[in-house]
Design a protein around this ligand. Structure first.
Ligand SMILES: CC(C)(COP(=O)(O)OP(=O)(O)OC[C@H]1O[C@@H](n2cnc3c(N)ncnc32)[C@H](O)[C@@H]1OP(=O)(O)O)[C@@H](O)C(=O)NCCC(=O)NCCS
Length: 195
């Protein structure tokens, strides 16, 4: 009779509040996940400042998933309060999980912990958003109980033809010209042989 092979225990993933030293690994993981070629219309930008600023302003609603000390996921959120509106909203701004993580369900666990924190902080509604093409995330959010999808359109306008833009540009061009002129004059004065 074949002996059942003993499976190694599933690695333990810990969900914990984000710490200062998590900023770099969170940023690096996000760079792999939020690339512009994947979701060209993702209007928010992922950069170091995004992570640093969120950590500084809303650290208690930023969580990471760690597997043996390695960051394999994160959920960064913020509480939003609006003037003349007694409701508080929990906004999940970024969520990401390393595709190579050997365990499933990390996204769900991050979402659960963040939801609990939002409730503790008095939120009555939670918001998420993502690119309309991001089926995986949309599935993930639907599976986690989000609905009431609202379509949003983002439009752009090139401001470089606006009269105010052109005025400002011409002022700056003149300033630069003046500074170049000043530099040239001072160089000439310096280089002029003394009599
Ligand atoms: C969206 C994301 C955070 C989900 O995290 P995850 O750890 O993979 O998700 P979970 O393992 O907890 O899966 C939960 C559910 O999400 C859905 N889901 C997860 N991966 C999926 C996939 N590849 N395709 C379709 N549905 C998927 C499933 O319904 C899944 O439930 P199931 O395991 O019972 O089938 C992760 O895929 C990710 O980092 N994506 C890239 C970044 C991103 O798009 N973030 C969202 C916008 S900020």
């Amino acid at each position: 009779m074949a002996h059942p092979t003993k499976q190694p225990p599933a690695p333990e993933v810990e969900i914990r509040e984000m710490e200062l030293e998590d900023i770099a690994p969170v940023f690096i993981l996000g760079e792999r996940l939020f690339t512009s070629d994947r979701w060209p219309s993702l209007y928010r930008t992922w950069d170091e400042y995004e992570v640093i600023n969120l950590f500084a302003s809303d650290g208690d609603t930023c969580f990471v998933a760690a597997l043996e000390e390695r960051v394999v996921g994160f959920a960064l959120g913020a509480i939003i309060e609006k003037r003349r509106n007694p409701w508080k909203y929990g906004y999940l701004i970024w969520i990401g999980v390393d595709e190579g993580a050997p365990v499933r369900g990390i996204g769900q666990r991050l979402l659960k912990v963040l939801t609990q924190r939002f409730i503790e902080r008095g939120a009555r509604m939670m918001l998420v958003d993502t690119d309309a093409e991001n089926d995986r995330a949309i599935n993930f959010f639907k599976k986690s109980g989000f609905g009431n999808v609202q379509h949003h359109i983002y439009m752009t306008k090139n401001l470089t033809h606006d009269p105010d833009y052109l005025k400002r540009k011409s002022r700056r061009d003149k300033e630069r010209e003046h500074q170049a002129h000043e530099r040239e004059a001072s160089r000439e004065r310096r280089d002029k042989p003394r009599e």
